[in-house]
Design a protein around this ligand. Structure first.
Ligand code: NAP
Length: 290
């Protein structure tokens, strides 16, 4: 894809080779949560110019996607079926990417949501969410960064959410873990900037996006928000790749979400908490009907 090719061109210490038939010369993009939604779209948009490591639990889905993409592009695809909330699977993925000298981009995208009040919701799924959104992001980012920094080349996209900027009763762990992802990404951006590294960090913060996310949560999309607030996964990924080319730290696709996050962050704390409490009450009332 042009956008990442753009960054690869700009970050490469030497001029990049022209498109080669030998797949060993192509750079690799690793995508977690590639079996559906936003992750699968990243894979579809990047397959033309990169080899791919596709990571998720559903092996058949990854095989299906790999078949589709290798039929359409001269790409080499490796699938890594893994539950990233499980230590042994996480470590095997980290080991695979740790020494990969052709890795140009890591997309930490795997994630899920839960509903209900924190103290009523299942503790195991809250803890899984923290392991997936926080610990997997830490492990995989650490696995690739030293190598990228040594080569002064590459990028990491952490798929957070607009929820990172909104305290949300009814999805407290989700907002907290996504908020952590943005602060983590921002901190790394500063470390890399101070180190004068060309390695790029991005926190991608989508709002409501068509994918399997809400089916998995068993919530009705139409009850969450009107059609104008829903974005396609394609438009989210296009915004992310465009932001990567321009080295944007925060990418918040869609003007409505940009406005919402800007206004909320400017409100005095008491006013913001008032707005968030009211929105949370409405959300919990809707959840009762799902
Ligand atoms: N859709 C939205 O409205 C929205 C808004 C803001 C942010 N996001 C974020 O966008 C990211 C992608 O979500 P999506 O909207 O594309 O939803 P999705 O279609 O449900 O995709 C989620 C992906 O994560 C993978 N995944 C879930 N748990 C996993 C685990 N334990 N180990 C490995 N992979 C796991 C799933 O694959 P398997 O089930 O095969 O493992 C799937 O590929 C998530 O981080 C989500 O929080 C989504």
């Amino acid at each position: 894809m042009q956008f990442v090719v753009g960054i690869v061109f700009r970050l490469s210490p030497a001029p990049p080779p022209p498109r080669l038939k030998n797949v060993a010369d192509r750079t690799i993009v690793a995508i977690t949560g590639a079996s559906s939604g936003i992750g699968a779209v990243f894979a579809r948009k990047l397959a033309a110019e990169h080899d791919l490591l596709l990571i998720a639990r559903r092996k058949e889905r990854l095989e299906e996607l790999a078949g589709e993409l290798t039929a359409a592009h001269p790409t080499h695809i490796e699938i890594l079926p893994a539950d990233l909330a499980e230590e042994s699977d996480l470590e095997s993925v980290a080991s695979r990417i740790r020494g990969e000298s052709r890795l140009a981009l890591l997309v930490n995208n795997a994630g899920f949501g839960t509903k209900g009040l924190f103290w009523e919701a299942d503790l195991a799924s809250q803890e899984r969410m923290h392991r997936l959104h926080v610990m997997a992001t830490v492990r995989l980012t650490h696995a690739v960064l030293r190598n990228m920094i040594a080569r002064d080349f590459g990028g990491i996209i952490n798929v957070a959410s607009v929820s990172a900027f909104v305290r949300s009763p009814g999805s407290v762990s989700y907002g907290a873990t996504k908020s952590w992802m943005t602060v983590f990404t921002e901190g790394l951006y500063l470390e890399l900037k101070n180190a004068r590294s060309n390695v790029t960090m991005q926190a991608l913060c989508p709002g409501f996006t068509y994918s399997e996310f809400h089916e998995t949560m068993a919530v009705s999309r139409s009850r969450l928000a009107g059609p104008r607030f829903w974005m396609s996964a394609e438009s989210v990924v296009d915004a992310s790749l465009d932001g990567l080319r321009r080295r944007k730290l925060f990418v918040i696709p869609g003007w409505r979400y940009l406005l919402l996050t800007t206004v909320l962050s400017k409100l005095p704390t008491a006013a913001r908490l008032g707005v968030e409490a009211a929105a949370g009450r409405a959300k919990l009332a809707r959840q009762l009907h799902d």
